[in-house]
Design a protein around this ligand. Structure first.
Ligand code: AP5
Ligand code: MG
Length: 191
């Protein structure tokens, strides 16, 4: 099984690029953000519990997210591997994933990081707010909080994965096609 992590700040293009990659390489796209939004939409126990935290732009606890991820992996059929979008987001999550992979006998093939500047983050997310109605997109203070959480809790993973020699930066601020070309180049090299 191939395992690729799509890493990046809010609005960097993780979801957009993951969908394209999943199709091209027959991978299952696992977005923990999408899984959480599905729980909210269904009004499940998890959904009700995470609603306010997400609307405030904060991270959900590691064990809840791990539970959702694990159930996706266990139920997956007929794919060549997985593309993780928005996971891991804390050092604990990186360790949880490693533990899971040790059991499965899997490895991370590449951590692909989409680099983007703040101005472009705001432009993209505020633009999506007009179209999709995500509870964490419309308010600039919430977007700022998401960026802040990324810097504090998620960015330390850059050094972590660099030290393992599997971290690959890609320019995420250009067009979707440019980003996709950069991501494919890394995947093709790591196959
Ligand atoms: P999540 O859903 O993962 O949101 P995010 O990380 O804030 O990222 P986005 O989905 O906003 O952006 P993206 O990088 O996917 O970019 P996209 O392709 O959509 O998480 C939401 C929340 O859930 C978190 O805040 C947290 O509360 C919780 N959560 C999720 N995972 C968690 C975890 N592991 N642990 C704890 N909590 C967790 O692009 C953005 C927009 O720009 C789109 O409209 C797109 O069409 C457009 N766009 C994309 N690429 C381009 C381009 N090249 N040019 C122009 N526009 C573009
Ligand atoms: Mg996304």
């Amino acid at each position: 099984m191939k395992n690729y992590i799509l890493f990046g700040a809010p609005g960097a293009g993780k979801g957009t690029q993951s969908a394209l990659i999943a199709k091209k390489y027959n991978l299952l796209h696992i977005s923990t953000g999408d899984l959480l939004r599905k729980e909210m939409k269904n009004g499940s126990e998890i959904g009700l519990r995470v609603q306010k935290i997400i609307s405030d732009g904060n991270l959900i606890d590691d064990s809840t997210v791990l539970e959702l991820l694990r159930s996706e992996l266990v139920n997956a059929r007929g794919v060549n591997g997985f593309i993780y979008d928005g996971y891991p987001r804390t050092l604990q999550q990186a360790k949880d994933l490693e533990e899971l992979f040790a059991v499965m006998g899997w490895q991370i093939n590449a951590v692909i990081s989409l680099a983007i500047d703040e101005e472009e983050i705001f432009r993209r997310i505020l633009n999506r707010a007009k179209i999709e109605g995500r509870s964490d997109d419309a308010d600039e203070i919430v977007i700022r909080q998401r960026i802040e959480n990324f810097r504090k809790q998620t960015e330390p993973l850059v050094e972590y994965y660099k030290s393992k020699g599997i971290f690959h930066p890609v320019k995420g601020g250009g067009t979707i096609e440019e980003g996709f070309a950069g991501v494919c180049e890394i995947i093709d090299k790591s196959i």
